[in-house]
Design a protein around this ligand. Structure first.
Ligand code: SF4
Ligand code: SF4
Length: 386
């Protein structure tokens, strides 16, 4: 589908080479005794995992082929992300899950929390008791305490002491990674965007395993150079100029159908306010505070809809609309995701009333059944922006 985008440099084939390389490296490291730690949410500080000498791997899945296995235990009417992740785990069809030695899971939305209880029957799972609000001092204290507990757990599980020096090293490395990811996005902050959203998605992906961040940073640097070279082409810029600039927000873009449809229909997704995008990568961890306090502060402020209130998300959306010269906002909501679906009302208010921009919410799942209907709605929305 995305191959129809003119001038596209980075596609799923590009991502596959990165995934294959990182997978092979993780297999090697695992065989040598390094622990692989499965993660599910943007609240788990990966720096602590890496400081324990382990490799973090993201396990949220994006395909519907695992639904039958999931629905043997879970309700049919459940968020597709949860069903897909659980289905692949229970059917043992996810090589990443298969390789994980144990799991760290944040207590975020209700569906995920309850699914984690079942998951703990398959693999050792440690739940991180996440406070439900970032706005209270007690929340930060409690989250920091929880991170100390998780640090001790990781030391015991890996057999590696987590030194302050290691933590600081990982904080600096992950900060560089986030800065690099944000720089890739910022290529779209000028009048004419330079990168398709589908390219942002693959260029900044960690390919599952975070075992070679230095190389990933270099790969992103190289991708930025290629993008700058492409941007000297008048033909490329002319077609980008005609595309309405969209901010994609909402549930994680684990399945790419909406992202690809928006661009196939003639727009460009200039920024993504999602878990793998700027929701996680627009802030850094302080390198002057105590490491665990700094990590607690950064991660607690992740603007996920499971937080109440979640004003940080509305502020971030407003900043992105202004910073990227956005023409319209599309919100992706996975079916049966109550947290994001309910919060959509406040997002719509912020976009339309505070920023005076058009807003469209798309409620969908991982299937291809509603492609025609989605195309019609996206087309009508984009026409309104021209
Ligand atoms: S949106 Fe929230 S609950 Fe969903 S994967 Fe991201 S951090 Fe987790
Ligand atoms: S998309 Fe919604 S329901 Fe699904 S895991 Fe994320 S917050 Fe939970």
């Amino acid at each position: 589908m995305e191959k129809t985008l003119p001038g596209l440099l980075f596609d799923q084939a590009y991502l596959k080479t990165i995934e294959d390389r990182l997978y092979a490296r993780a297999v090697e490291e695992s065989a040598m005794g390094r622990k692989i730690v499965g993660l599910y949410c943007a609240f788990t500080p990966k720096e602590i995992v890496a400081a324990a000498g382990a490799i973090p791997v993201s396990l949220c899945a994006g395909t519907e082929d695992s639904f039958p296995a999931a629905e043997a235990h879970l309700p049919v009417n459940l968020c597709p992300l949860i069903k897909s992740s659980y289905g692949h785990a229970v059917a043992d069809t996810c090589p990443y899950f298969h390789m994980a030695d144990f799991l760290l899971a944040d207590a975020t939305c209700d569906g995920k929390k309850k699914m984690f209880e079942l998951l703990s029957r398959i693999k050792p799972l440690q739940m991180l008791l996440l406070p439900q609000s970032a706005d209270h001092e007690e929340s930060l204290e409690s989250w920091e305490k929880e991170l100390y507990r998780i640090m001790a757990f990781l030391e015991e599980r890996t057999g590696n002491p987590i030194t302050r020096e290691n933590l600081e090293k990982q904080i600096a490395l992950y900060n560089r990674l986030r800065t690099t990811i944000e720089r890739v996005y910022l290529l779209n902050s000028g009048t004419i965007p330079k990168v398709f959203g589908s390219e942002l998605d693959v260029i900044t992906s960690m390919g599952g395993f975070e075992c070679d961040l230095e190389t990933r940073i270099l790969e992103m640097e190289s991708a930025m150079e290629q993008i700058e070279q492409r941007a000297v082409s008048t033909a490329f810029l002319d077609q980008m100029k005609k595309r309405p600039k969209i901010l994609l927000t909402g549930c994680p873009t684990t399945n790419k159908k909406v992202l690809h449809l928006i661009e196939k229909k003639g727009a460009v997704v200039v920024a993504m306010e999602t878990c793998g995008g700027l929701k996680s990568n627009s802030r850094r961890v302080s390198q002057t505070d105590e490491p665990l306090h700094a990590l607690a502060e950064k991660y607690l402020n992740t603007a996920c809809a499971c937080m109440s209130p979640n004003t940080a998300r509305l502020t971030l959306i407003e900043d992105l609309i202004n910073g990227y010269g956005v023409d319209g906002v599309i919100e992706l909501t996975w079916s049966a995701c109550h947290t994001y679906n309910v919060e959509a009302f406040q997002v719509q208010e912020a976009v339309m009333d505070r920023c005076d921009k058009p807003y469209l919410q798309l409620l969908t799942d991982y299937s291809q059944n509603d492609i025609g209907q989605l195309e019609t709605r996206i087309e009508a929305f984009l026409e309104m922006l021209c």
